[in-house]
Design a protein around this ligand. Structure first.
Ligand code: FMN
Length: 210
């Protein structure tokens, strides 16, 4: 599919076919695409929990206000951000960058890089969380497009109780909070939303060309 065709084909699925599963190769491609999402300064202060286990997904349904997509999809992806940014996040990132690019960690370039990163993270907890959350949404957008290009259905979902999901998945104790979820899989033949026309603002009111 051409990318525009793929984006026209995708819609927020309300009813997944519970019998259809994404194969491992395709899932790996999607997760690799997710890994390639750009983030501010490259820090990737997030994690993606991929839930295959049906029982676990079933237990999440009531936390998601009984939205059945959670249990009927093939895999449920929970997109999380860190609770706060730690010094260690910056230093481990700088080490990883130095190793990947074969630059000495003691070099002036890397020392200055670490200073620059630490300096720009001088934010309140609220600012840190908003900043990290914005980037999780970039990952969500990337995931939706990636899946569409692969012929995989999705439904972005904010409709769930964040606190309850954090508790159920033990996210808080691991230093993370859930931001948004995305069930992925295959649309059911009788999902009536698959045939409704897309509603989008006209280009001339959405885009201003100067
Ligand atoms: C951040 C975000 C959160 C959403 N949360 C939900 C949700 O909890 N449940 C749901 O059924 N749809 C949810 N949607 C789907 C939107 O309602 C849908 O994308 C929008 O109406 C446009 O329709 P389309 O995606 O089918 O083209 C969400 C979409 C986004 C981007």
């Amino acid at each position: 599919m051409d990318i525009i065709e793929a984006l026209e084909w995708r819609y927020a699925v309300k009813k997944f076919d519970p019998n259809k599963k994404i194969d491992e190769d395709q899932l790996d491609r999607i997760l690799r695409g997710l890994q390639l999402t750009p983030t501010s300064m490259g820090l990737q202060l997030m994690k993606f929990m991929v839930i295959t286990d049906r029982e676990t997904r079933k237990n999440i349904t009531p936390i998601a206000f009984n939205q059945k997509q959670v249990e009927d999809c093939s895999h449920l992806i929970v997109l999380c951000r860190k609770k706060e940014v730690a010094e260690e996040d910056v230093s481990s990132f700088v080490k990883h960058t130095a190793k990947t690019r074969e630059i000495s960690i003691e070099s002036t370039t890397m020392i200055n890089y670490e200073k620059m990163l630490s300096g720009s993270l001088n934010l309140s907890i609220e600012q840190q969380q908003a900043w990290m959350e914005n980037q999780v949404y970039i990952a969500l957008g990337n995931l939706l497009t990636l899946c569409a290009a692969e012929g995989i259905d999705t439904c972005p979902m904010e409709g769930f109780d964040r606190k309850k999901l954090d508790d159920y998945l033990n996210l808080e104790s691991e230093g993370y909070n859930a931001v948004v979820m995305c069930p992925i899989g295959f649309r059911s033949k009788d999902d009536k939303y698959s045939s409704v026309k897309k509603v989008r603002r006209p280009l001339d009111s959405l885009i201003e060309k100067k």
